[in-house]
Design a protein around this ligand. Structure first.
Ligand code: SF4
Length: 379
């Protein structure tokens, strides 16, 4: 995998041609393409680009008739060659803690078949998962997906809300000794046309703080050595990649950057089916305006040039490898007269520090109110 990849965007929200262009671009450039929670469509499979299959609370593509997770359907898609990793979506930056709706008029025969739902009906994605209710059960679910997929990497995506929920998940990892292979941290600034404005603008921890928090807690529980961190949320430029790597990410994803490379003109009518560029529409006439081969090359070029810019910046800092960059390399202005290094603003924990009695007091509240037995404190 590359350090820069295509973030989650579903077929259904995007047109078949847009999905094909993203996947073909990913194949050309050697990076991966996250399916979003709308399941794996034939458009994802046509060009052979690597896929991360995202599974949300609607279990699209792996649900039985009652909407419950289906082992058999999951295994059928998860074992496909193109599917390289599985991502369980707990929440997303655009609307953490909020469910979703597939309206009846958007639930066409094609989309219904791909998502394993009944066409022409309204399908709800609840805010929380039904396949597990506690952090401990979530670890068992991760192991189950790993087994059913034939041992592929399994991770989860979240936008940080109440911090103790993530500490509870880490406690469950320690207790069960089952760990995800990766965690995708979505900044609260991440967007989608399908989110209520208050959620998009005001809910979910911003990426910088969320990334620092996730990294610190993983290091504190001595888990980071086994888990990769993927950062997403307004990642457009080489500098954004460098900043996220310095703060603790191993890899970054971008949705909007890739959309602009696809030709998005930010007209923001994504939910109207009238997207003028053929990206966010199921109207065949508009979709025909998006030429797959042309846009695939643009996606591949944008990704390559952004990674090149990131590597230039890393070389300018006197480093040879993106893995060498850390919090000491980046400064931030904290007042009119003062700048600080990131490690001064966000001091690093040592491996396993949260497993001792003497952890920093800034974690006291979260450590005390979290338990591997429930996501929410005091339940
Ligand atoms: S061009 Fe407009 S409608 Fe189409 S994807 Fe971009 S913002 Fe959405």
């Amino acid at each position: 995998a590359s350090i820069f990849n295509v973030s989650a965007m579903s077929f259904g929200s995007l047109s078949g041609n847009a999905i094909q262009a993203l996947n073909k671009g990913a194949k050309q450039g050697g990076f991966y393409h996250n399916t979003g929670e709308g399941s794996v469509s034939p458009y994802h499979l046509k060009h052979g680009g690597d896929l991360v299959w995202q599974i949300g609370t609607g279990y699209f593509g792996c649900r039985d008739e009652s909407g419950k997770f289906s082992d058999d359907l999951f295994a059928k898609t998860a074992t496909k060659d193109n599917v390289k990793m599985i991502e369980i979506k707990l929440s997303q930056g655009a609307k953490p803690g909020h469910g979703g709706i597939l309206p009846a008029d958007k639930n066409t025969i094609e989309i219904a078949e791909i998502r394993a739902v009944k066409p022409g009906t309204r399908v709800d994605s609840p805010p929380a998962h039904k396949a597990f209710k506690t952090p401990l059960a979530m670890m068992l679910f991760i192991q189950k997906l790993r087994d059913l997929s034939g041992g592929k990497p399994v991770g989860f995506k979240l936008s940080v809300g109440r911090k103790s929920e993530f500490v509870a998940i880490c406690k469950a990892m320690v207790e069960t000794n089952i760990k995800p292979d990766f965690i995708t941290v979505d900044g609260g600034e991440g967007g989608t046309g399908a989110a209520p404005l208050e959620y998009s603008n005001s809910v979910g921890m911003p990426l910088v703080e969320a990334l620092v928090f996730i990294r610190d807690v993983l290091v504190g529980f001595d888990l980071k050595k086994d888990i990769k961190i993927i950062a997403s949320g307004k990642v457009f430029t080489g500098f954004h990649l460098v900043r996220n790597l310095a703060l603790g990410a191993d890899v970054c994803n971008s949705a909007r950057g890739m959309m602009v490379a696809l030709g998005c003109v930010q007209s923001l009518v994504c939910n109207s089916n009238e997207c003028p560029t053929g990206i966010a529409t199921q109207d065949p006439t508009l979709e025909a305006g998006l030429v797959v081969g042309d846009k695939a090359s643009r996606i591949a070029r944008y990704q390559k040039e952004t990674v090149r810019a990131c590597m230039d910046l890393i070389a300018s800092a006197g480093l040879r490898d993106p893995r060498q960059i850390n919090r000491t390399h980046i400064h931030r202005r904290v007042s009119q007269t003062e700048i600080k290094r990131y490690d001064e603003i966000y001091p690093e924990l040592t491996d396993g520090e949260l497993l001792t009695e003497n952890y920093p007091t800034r974690f006291e509240h979260e450590m005390k109110e979290s338990s591997a037995e429930c996501f929410m404190p005091n339940q």
